[in-house]
Design a protein. Structure first.
Length: 525
């Protein structure tokens, strides 16, 4: 009995040992299988999140290693329904975690979204799901335009509008975040409504693109954010130039120069122009908007002293960024005025009534004079007329002038005024015309007589006129010691005759005597 029991105990031990050995062997097989399987696990924490429109949330994605899995797991970037997902890093070798960022756009519709995340690596793809809740918005926030280009020193203006969701009404308070100064026309708006937003750009603002974040907040509602861009360019400016920068101008003449304004960096303001100089200056117009060109006139007098004269042109513009002033200088070298003199050949004239006489007119240039000179000859009365062969002369060209003296021109000396005109310059010279009263011949008849001492001899003295001579003639004789001369009349007309008597005395020495009879009239003897 005892032996049987003992045997049974041994049998049971054997059975238990056999079962234990079998169990251990089965467990070892399971462990070996687990050690040889390559896989990974994927989980998301938290499993759900509420994200406002325009907001974002971070999730933790845990990747566990199963077996001898040793590959890199890569996550795909997901997007849809206004929801976008990104990973940091985008891949990982398990075990480990990555950060998953879920971004909900401001335009995303409200609702509950179940999103399945997948990761792939080593030929294995695993997935996990999580939930994103986008709540209903109580208002929407917009700004227009989305971007503005301005110059430093000016302002950018936007329109900010708010509208109630589902036709609801909300009182929205506006704030802004930016490196630039921002002013709202109204900082609180009841939907629907809008207000201007002014972005102030100081003159010293560096060029670049600046973001202005506009935030709308309402009690019990989700804050909304929208952004605009301000593209700041360099401050508007302008250049001022004059062409040419230096000129040579003879005294008495005028020059025209070009004055140019060129706007820079979008400059389009009013530029006021003025000049400063000892010379006479004027502008075709005194203002330019933005860019343009005006004519600058510089005038000199013939009395302007030869010298160097600066002409300063000043351009001034009052802009939003302040007053801009530019100066430019052109140098005017005034030279002696070109001039001329008239040259007459001969320098004086003689004529008689009814006769003509001629002279020539040329010119001598002074200070590079090279203009055309118009000629005119003025006579003192209508009985003397002048005709020129040409109406104008230049260097090397002369004009012939014929002077006609009418028959009734009184004898005398006349001044003929010869005038030359060129470019506002007039030069005069006088040529003297002597008009003689014709001429005459003195005739004596007889020319010789023989008498006895104490007797008288009579001669006839006649005037024979030539060239319309019509003047009276005065008779004279040369004195002799013992012979006396007497005239029947001392003055005779141009065609008259007088008797001259030569008287002797008994004591007159016998010999030949020569007595000279003279007649003077019309300047002729």
């Amino acid at each position: 009995m005892f032996l049987l029991s003992k045997i049974r105990i041994q049998v049971y031990k054997l059975i238990l040992l056999s079962l234990f050995i079998g169990f251990v062997s089965h467990f070892t097989n399971i462990e070996t299988l687990a050690q040889t399987q390559a896989d990974f696990g994927l989980s998301v924490s938290p499993s759900s999140a509420t994200i406002q429109p325009g907001g974002s949330a971070n999730f933790s994605v845990a990747v566990s290693k199963i077996g001898n899995f040793n590959s890199t797991v890569t996550f795909a970037t997901l997007s849809g329904n206004g929801i976008s997902i990104s990973f940091s890093p985008n891949s990982i070798t398990p075990p480990g975690t990555v950060t998953m960022t879920v971004l909900v756009s401001s335009s995303a519709s409200s609702g509950t979204y179940t999103i399945t995340l997948s990761g792939s690596g080593g030929g294995v793809t695993r997935s996990a799901s999580f939930t994103v809740v986008v709540p209903q918005r109580s208002f929407t926030l917009n700004a227009s335009p989305s971007s503005v280009i301005v110059n430093a020193g000016t302002n950018a203006v936007f329109n900010v509008s708010v509208n109630g969701a589902n036709d609801g009404r909300a009182t929205v308070t506006l704030t802004a975040g930016s490196k630039l100064n921002v002013n709202f026309g109204a900082s609180t708006i009841t939907t629907p409504g809008n207000t201007p937003m002014t972005v102030i750009v100081p003159a010293n603002t560096d060029p670049g693109i600046y973001t202005v974040d506009i935030i709308g907040s309402a009690p019990g509602a989700v804050s909304q954010t929208t952004s605009v861009k301000v593209d700041v360019r360099a401050t508007g400016d302008f250049t001022l130039s004059v062409i040419p920068e230096a000129i040579s101008l003879p005294a008495g003449e005028q020059a025209e120069l070009a004055l140019s304004v060129i706007g820079l960096n979008g400059f389009n303001d009013l530029v006021n122009l003025k000049t400063d100089s000892k010379l006479k200056t004027s502008l075709s117009r005194s203002t330019i908007i933005g860019s343009g060109t005006v004519a600058l006139f510089i005038s000199t007098e013939r009395t302007t002293a030869p010298d160097t004269y600066p002409v300063t042109i000043i351009g001034t513009s009052s802009t939003k960024a302040g007053v801009i002033e530019k100066r430019v200088i052109t140098i005017v070298s005034v030279t002696a005025a070109p001039d001329f003199t008239l040259v007459l050949n001969p320098s004086s004239l003689e004529s008689s009534p009814g006769k003509s006489v001629a002279f020539s007119v040329g010119l001598t240039p002074i200070n590079r004079f090279n203009d055309v000179v118009l000629l005119d000859v003025k006579t003192p009365n209508s009985s003397i007329t002048a005709n020129t062969s040409v109406s104008a002369i230049t260097l090397g060209v002369t004009a012939n002038v014929n002077i006609n003296v009418s028959a009734n021109t009184p004898p005398g000396v006349y001044d003929l005024n010869v005038i030359g005109i060129a470019g506002g310059l007039q030069r005069n010279t006088i040529i003297k015309l002597t008009v003689k009263a014709g001429d005459f011949d003195l005739v004596l008849s007889p020319t010789a007589q023989s008498i006895v001492a104490g007797q008288k001899a009579n001669f006839a003295v006649s005037i024979s006129p030539r060239d319309s001579f019509s003047e009276q003639v005065v008779l004279t004789s040369s004195p002799q010691n013992t012979i006396q001369t007497s005239f029947s009349v001392n003055t005779i007309n141009s065609n008259g005759t007088a008797m001259v008597t030569l008287s002797t005395t008994p004591t007159t020495e016998p010999k030949d005597y020569l007595v000279a009879i003279s007649a003077t009239g019309g300047g002729i003897t």
